[in-house]
Ligand binder design. Structure first.
Ligand code: NIG
Ligand code: FE
Length: 423
């Protein structure tokens, strides 16, 4: 059955460029080319958008007897009552599946310990690893599915999901298998990434683990076809640039593209390395230099900012988002959902950017839809609202599309539609 959405407020269609390329620079704040004024409607058929047109003409053609409540039309009718509509959100960086509880780390941070200090006493990633290794496949699927459902309430229709809390072949594969089961059982589209190089396991030495990554994990992951990208935590104290390069190059030879964790706590030229290696995305990039940003832009490597992490760690919220707009560097936003940053809401991430870094809410929307979608390589997930595309939409509480990210403690969406179905 089809669906007819009538009486929309503003519609952020983001279809100013017809390709799947990201939108950058001042085009990110151009309402003229990215937003329809109120009074439009959307016709959905077979999970796709059939037409976007004047609400009144769509109604006369498809539901002439609709009286605001009832109609004999076979379409299910949604009266948007003047509320704005935005595309389904795309979260391109999550650590979705893990077990345990790291609540005690807040007090350690407040006592002055850094992320690295906490890791050095066995907290952080390794603590989560010891709990995650004990999880069964069923437990991983169940916890992952409940988190995906929660994310969909905050408007996410597509999510990248990383492994990385196994740090041994068996658990890394179990995490990726769980991601693929979640993908088959959820309306939300799931895109898996192998992050075996998230940290070093306690039981073997550094070079032994790198050997395991390259000669056991990677071949298993690629032969099972259960990941689309490889990721490495390339940061001082974790994987060096040289180690990152050898993992990414070998993964590429075996058919896996990369998206990397770089320059989170310091500028290690990780973004420049990602650009040289042709990574689709370089994430965190909080401390990268302007030269590296320029290089990434030239190479087509997306800069993905993860403001939730400095927020929960209590560090400065000074990501250069406005510089990216001024310099025409493409960028995305993502949640980085993980045991330390339990943020599944992209509207909250965008709210932090707007209230603390001066980002325009429309630019924040583009960075949470069209731009991350361009890194997923899936022609069905475009992060825009266009005829012929999948009907992934969010109806906002406000008539103004900018209202999508201005309710930090409240859900801004009254309805979320994925592939033409209300979730
Ligand atoms: O992207 N920095 C590396 N990985 C995650 C955090 C992982 C954790 O603390 O469990 C991140 O922030
Ligand atoms: Fe991360």
């Amino acid at each position: 059955m089809g669906m007819l959405i009538l009486n929309a407020g503003e519609i952020a269609h983001l279809d100013s460029i017809s390709t799947n390329s990201p939108i950058s620079g001042h085009n990110m704040t151009d309402r003229e080319s990215n937003v329809y004024s109120s009074g439009m409607g959307i016709l959905i058929e077979d999970s796709k958008i059939k037409s976007i047109s004047e609400s009144q003409s769509l109604q006369s053609e498809h539901a002439p007897d609709w009286d605001g409540e009832f109609s004999s039309s076979s379409l299910s009718i949604i009266d948007a009552k003047g509320c704005a509509i935005i595309p389904g959100l795309v979260d391109s960086h999550t650590h979705l599946i893990w077990g345990g509880d790291r609540s005690s780390e807040m007090r350690l941070r407040q006592s002055g310990m850094s992320y690295k200090d906490i890791s050095n006493i066995g907290g952080g990633i390794r603590r989560t690893v010891s709990r995650t290794r004990r999880m069964t496949l069923e437990e991983m699927v169940s916890i992952g599915l409940s988190r995906v459902t929660e994310a969909s309430k905050y408007g996410s229709c597509a999510m990248e999901v990383k492994s990385g809390y196994g740090l041994d072949t068996e658990t890394e594969l179990r995490l990726l298998e769980a991601a693929s089961i979640i993908s088959r059982n959820s309306e939300v589209s799931i895109y898996p990434t192998w992050l075996g190089a998230h940290d070093f396991p306690p039981e073997i030495n550094r070079s032994q683990y790198i050997d395991e990554l390259l000669s056991v994990q990677l071949p298993e992951v690629t032969s099972q076809g259960i990941a689309r990208w490889c990721d490495v935590f390339c940061e001082d104290g974790w994987y060096t640039n040289e180690e990152t390069e050898s993992i990414v190059k070998q993964a590429k030879e075996m058919g896996l593209e990369s998206r990397l964790h770089v320059d989170e706590f310091g500028d290690n030229d990780g973004l420049a390395l990602a650009a040289e290696l042709g990574s689709v995305s370089a994430d965190h990039v909080a401390k990268s230099s302007p030269e590296s940003r320029h290089k990434a832009s030239e190479a087509g490597t997306m800069q993905t900012f993860l403001p939730g992490t400095p927020y929960v760690l209590g560090s400065n919220l000074d990501l250069p988002l406005i510089d990216c707009i001024e310099n025409d560097w493409s960028f995305s936003l993502a949640t980085d959902y993980n045991p330390n940053c339990r943020m599944l809401s992209l509207p909250l991430v965008a709210n932090i950017c707007c209230t603390r870094m001066g980002l325009d809410p429309l630019a924040a929307l583009i960075a949470s839809t069209k731009n991350p979608a361009s890194t997923l390589g899936d022609k069905n997930i475009t992060g825009k609202i266009a005829v012929g595309g999948l009907a992934n939409l969010n109806i906002v509480w406000s008539s103004d599309v900018d209202g999508w990210c201005q309710t930090p403690g409240e859900n801004p969406f009254t309805q979320t539609i994925i592939s033409g179905n209300i979730v």
